[in-house]
Design a protein. Structure first.
Length: 274
């Protein structure tokens, strides 16, 4: 069912760091929550190395393996330009950034890192400079040109903007105080330490940590605790690979979903008008 819940949609940020965002979205259906997750993973464009021309490689690694490793290095994106990127734009289709690597191990064995790549565009560089690419023995050399292009996670995982995008239902914990003997078994059984006995009462200390595993429910001898969840409220965790801030990824995914829904509506209208 793609139907939206009748509740008002609300988004609340719980935690925000450079590459991490935790938020609660309420008033949506499980199908919409999953559509957001899938759009973030598969539809939000990023830049990744897509073509490598190896001019010299006297290392022990074949060209293909080096190219594969280069493709997986996260690249920064110019946010001003990124605002204009969508699937049909020239920026998406035509952008091509050249990065080069030319290193020789003259004195002894060396490790080549992502930071050794030289980019023609200062806005498009490896997010992390310390990703090892290859080791060279004395006298070995690698010279190559790599071309970064826009793409989407649905075409190849190297274009995924996130390492994690997951959600869970908002848990609901109901305690029947009249049945509870304060034996503490559920408190010890809970893997997330969600429950505690305080002032002679079993209470929930951190609801959002609850995984709805129901271990507490199973061990309670008096049927005094019930676990369920709200299937219109979701706790999302989004971890960016560093190319884009997680809030930009989230907003872009919502834009893409809205555009898809509008296109769908237009198509339906065309059909109904004959
Ligand atoms: S296991 Fe049951 S009776 Fe014991 S503290 Fe938990 S809810 Fe109360
Ligand atoms: S459902 Fe699992 S995580 Fe939640 S309170 Fe019970 S034991 Fe803890």
């Amino acid at each position: 069912m793609l139907a939206m819940s009748s509740k008002e949609i609300n988004v609340k940020i719980l935690e925000k760091k450079d590459n991490f965002l935790k938020l609660i979205i309420s008033g949506i259906s499980p199908a919409i929550a999953n559509a957001i997750r899938r759009t973030i993973i598969a539809e939000v464009p990023t830049l990744a190395i897509d073509e490598v021309v190896v001019l010299e490689n006297s290392s022990i690694l074949p060209d293909e393996i080096i190219a594969h490793r280069l493709g997986l290095i996260p690249l920064t994106i110019d946010l001003e330009t990124y605002g204009l990127v969508d699937e049909d734009s020239d920026i998406y289709k035509k952008t091509q950034i050249r990065l080069t690597l030319d290193v020789e191990a003259k004195e002894g064995p060396i490790t080549i890192y992502s930071g050794d790549l030289k980019s023609e565009d200062p806005h498009v560089v490896p997010v992390y400079k310390n990703i090892p690419i290859i080791k060279l023995e004395k006298g070995q050399r690698i010279t190559l040109e790599a071309y970064a292009r826009f793409g989407k996670g649905k075409d190849h995982a190297k274009w995924q903007p996130v390492s994690v995008c997951a959600y869970k239902y908002m848990p609901i914990i109901k305690i029947f105080q009249e049945k509870c003997t304060l034996c503490g078994v559920c408190v010890n059984e809970c893997p997330k330490k969600v429950l505690e006995i305080k002032d002679n009462k079993l209470v929930v200390r951190n609801l959002l940590e609850c995984t709805t595993c129901r271990a507490c429910e199973k061990v309670c001898p008096n049927d005094a605790i019930r676990i369920s969840w709200d299937d219109t409220t979701f706790i999302f965790k989004i971890e960016s690979i560093g190319s884009l801030p997680p809030e930009v990824i989230f907003c872009k995914a919502i834009d893409i979903l809205i555009k898809k829904a509008e296109k769908f509506k237009e198509e339906i209208k065309k059909i109904s008008e004959g």
